[in-house]
Design a protein around this ligand. Structure first.
Ligand code: FES
Length: 149
């Protein structure tokens, strides 16, 4: 996304306007900006650092630690857990079906480590909520934007 630095800074300030200026709010702040652009550029990280008054290196360190923020093609990601329990319940097939469907849909289906819902395997995260016992039908609805579920 091509935004000049001032416009980007204003937009990040708007996005984070209701988030308390506390260090423990860094992850929600990163996610809020990520949801807007589907990636985190150095300029965005700088704007977050300025807005929250946290050193750039600290914001970068957190942003680069979480694999969920690695999204080089800027397409809306849908994360499918492929960790052990979800793999036992068919997440690899779900991932393959999702990759085929998402090809032309402007979204990206990605593997994810454990989402913390092992008792609801296979699990996926659509960017807003975790879907437990995910099925190819529900995944297809999410990819086509037919449901928030
Ligand atoms: S193994 Fe998939 S949510 Fe834990």
């Amino acid at each position: 996304m091509d935004l000049d630095k001032a416009a980007l800074s204003r937009r990040v300030q708007e996005l984070l306007s209701d988030i308390p200026r506390e260090r423990q709010q860094l992850l929600p702040a990163l996610w809020r900006v990520f949801e807007e652009y589907w990636h985190l550029s150095p300029e965005m990280i700088d704007a977050i650092a300025q807005t929250l008054d946290i050193p750039y290196a600290d914001v970068y360190g957190v942003a680069s630690f979480y694999a969920l923020f690695a999204n080089p093609d800027n397409k809306k990601p849908i994360y499918i857990c492929t960790d052990v329990m979800c793999a036992l319940y068919g997440s690899e097939d779900l991932l393959k079906a999702g990759e085929d469907l998402a090809n032309d849909a402007g979204v990206r289906v990605k593997e994810a480590p454990c989402l913390g819902h092992c008792d609801g395997a296979p699990a996926l995260f659509d960017g807003r909520q975790t879907i437990r016992h995910a099925s190819p039908k529900v995944l297809a609805q999410i990819i086509r934007g037919e449901t928030d579920a």
